[in-house]
Design a protein around this ligand. Structure first.
Ligand SMILES: [Fe+2]
Length: 200
């Protein structure tokens, strides 16, 4: 079955003033949709791949036929990354990480502030377009990293649980070149309950 845009759980203006409604609308209806359209188009020549789930495709990019591998990496990665992004942010709430999530963060980074500084640095320093990530590795430990373009940590054997889109299309209308301001606003809209559901 062809991939479709997942339903957003909040309205375009629900993340204001941290992410403005116009950015949300264009980002979701145009950018995310384009990744999905390109992924579907690529898979049309190998329809049997529609039977695998997206995670499986991205975890095993080397098994994708070479003629569509880049399209699956970009379109499929774009679809997966954006879906996770929409799910793990939401209208501002006072809910921070739960005690168990906080413990996991402290075990991995020392404390929450260290984690936040680490994640912020990775996201800020990602040169050009890409993502900043919090992922779980094979041992269950949390790690931060950044990735270029639409590359997803799934393809490196990691389980991404929180990501920030640092492509300019994610923030330019409201923040122009001020990526650090956008990253700092991001913390206000992280939905930690949802992040926790991504743990394996
Ligand atoms: Fe994006």
């Amino acid at each position: 079955m062809a991939y479709e845009l997942p339903k957003l759980q909040y309205s375009f203006d629900a993340l204001e003033p941290y992410i403005d409604a116009k950015t949300m609308e264009i980002h979701y209806t145009k950018h995310h949709q384009t990744y999905i359209t390109n992924l579907n188009k690529a898979l049309e020549s190998y329809p049997e791949l529609f039977e695998k789930n997206l995670e499986e495709l991205l975890e095993n990019l080397d098994q994708i036929p070479e003629s569509i591998r880049a399209a699956v990496r970009n379109g499929g990665g774009g679809h997966f990354n954006h879906s996770l992004f929409w799910e793990t942010i939401g209208p501002k709430s006072s809910n921070g990480p739960t005690d168990s999530m906080n413990k996991l963060i402290s075990d991995s980074f020392g404390n929450f502030e260290n984690f936040k500084a680490d994640f912020t640095e990775k996201a800020t320093k990602q040169f050009g377009s890409g993502w900043g990530w919090l992922c779980q590795d094979n041992s269950g430990k949390l790690v931060t990293l950044s990735s270029p373009n639409q590359d997803t940590p799934l393809s490196s054997g990691l389980n991404p649980i929180l990501g920030i889109d640092v492509w300019e299309h994610a923030y330019y209308l409201n923040y122009q070149n001020r990526r650090p301001d956008y990253i700092s606003a991001f913390w206000e809209i992280v939905d930690w309950r949802s992040v926790e559901t991504k743990l394996k």
